[in-house]
Design a protein around this ligand. Structure first.
Ligand code: NAD
Ligand code: UGA
Length: 317
């Protein structure tokens, strides 16, 4: 089995690559080391992988690479590269979101068209739903993004569907719901909260903190992603969520318990682009992919805390 992972140096991509290499697959990974966050962290994510003979890194932005060369002999494409983050996608930054999420996706789909690739798995997002018309949200509910980022992910899904219906590219879109765990991006809530608590700083909460998320542990997201390549129905989109619904304030309370510390909070104004609540119905993924999330909030957060502590210890030694 030979696979191509785009965005391999990122949070989810690096975990996916490790799981696939461990299972015996040959993995070609590409990454452009974009500057959304410190590329040194992305290099660090690849440390284990670079020791494996079954892993090869091709550096470069998808918009510059010779994609058909990368696709030679590839069975599955996992397209995870993208500009993430709902809150930064306004203003002039939107151009970056268009480039990395839409133009790059179209180029990869074009390159896959007419090849023997068995599945093209696209990293979509719960942000396509915006303030969803109902909770738990089903895939058939009307997507109505509340961030420009969500608009690009929804457009990416439409492109995937178009290449499926017109050219039989076997695309499967996964709507990941707020993923957490070791290596989580530095702009995301859990990383920011844990770092603030460890550095004795106040935790910054956007708005009243009563907004909630259906948090998903990264290993569960990886299992779903691999299952989507094996069993996902071409042309379909699936919710991938952890079932660990919590408000931001509940997350902070749990963090305090796990660290055995009081964690002071400072409220900032709400940020445009944030949905109020997310919550998924994962029946479709359960039925088609055999998806069953295994790691809850407490266990997953403990693992993320341990990983951040060991990174700090390494940096200090
Ligand atoms: P990440 O930023 O850690 O990883 C994305 C990687 O893609 C980065 O290493 C970046 O350098 C690379 N990249 C971006 N544009 C590129 C391009 N044009 N060419 C080559 N490389 C490029 O993000 P993540 O949290 O691991 O998310 C992975 C994917 O899943 C993204 O598409 C994101 O939008 C989506 N997603 C993430 C979450 C989440 O909670 N983390 C939830 C829903 C969807
Ligand atoms: C996350 C990812 O960043 C997106 O890339 C992804 O597409 C999206 O999940 C998704 O599920 O589709 P988000 O839910 O905003 O977006 O994840 P976090 O950054 O972890 O934020 C979670 C909550 O914490 C949000 O309500 C946010 O407002 C809040 N938050 C975040 C704070 O109150 N303070 C912070 O410092 C950071």
């Amino acid at each position: 089995m030979s696979v191509l992972i785009t965005g391999v140096a990122g949070f989810i991509g690096s975990h996916l690559a490790e799981r696939l290499v461990d299972s015996g697959a040959s993995v070609v990974g590409t990454d452009g080391f974009t500057t959304y966050y410190d590329p040194t962290l992305k290099r660090g994510n690849l440390e284990g992988l670079e020791r494996s003979e079954r892993f090869r890194l091709v550096e470069g932005n998808l918009r510059d690479l010779e994609l058909s060369e990368l696709l030679a002999g590839v069975d599955v494409v996992y397209h995870l590269a993208g500009q993430p983050g709902v809150r930064r996608s306004w203003g002039r930054e939107f151009e970056v979101y268009l480039n990395e999420n839409l133009l790059a996706t179209q180029l990869v789909l074009e390159a896959v068209r007419g090849t023997d690739v068995r599945r093209f798995v696209f990293a979509s997002s719960s942000s396509v739903y915006g303030d969803a018309e109902r909770l738990p949200t089903r895939e058939s509910d009307t997507p109505r993004p509340v961030s420009p980022y969500g608009v690009t992910k929804l457009a990416g899904e439409h492109l995937c569907h178009l290449y499926f219906s017109r050219f039989d590219v076997p695309t499967v879109a996964l709507r990941y719901f707020t993923v957490f765990g070791p290596r989580q991006r530095p702009d995301m809530a859990f990383t920011r909260f844990i770092q603030a608590a460890m550095e004795d700083r106040e935790i910054e909460v956007f708005g009243d903190g009563l907004q909630s998320r259906d948090f998903t542990y990264v290993d569960d997201a990886v299992s779903a992603t691999i299952a989507a390549a094996e069993k996902g129905r071409p042309g379909e989109a699936y919710n991938i969520a952890g079932g660990a619904q919590a408000t931001v304030l509940e997350v902070i309370e749990l963090l305090g318990e796990l660290l055995g510390l009081g964690v002071p909070v400072r409220h900032l104004p709400p940020v445009p682009g944030d949905a109020r609540h997310t919550g998924a119905d994962v029946e479709k993924a359960r039925g088609d992919l055999g998806y069953a999330p295994r790691t809850g909030l407490k266990e997953g957060m403990s693992k993320q805390i341990a990983a951040l502590k060991s990174l700090r210890a390494e940096a200090e030694s």
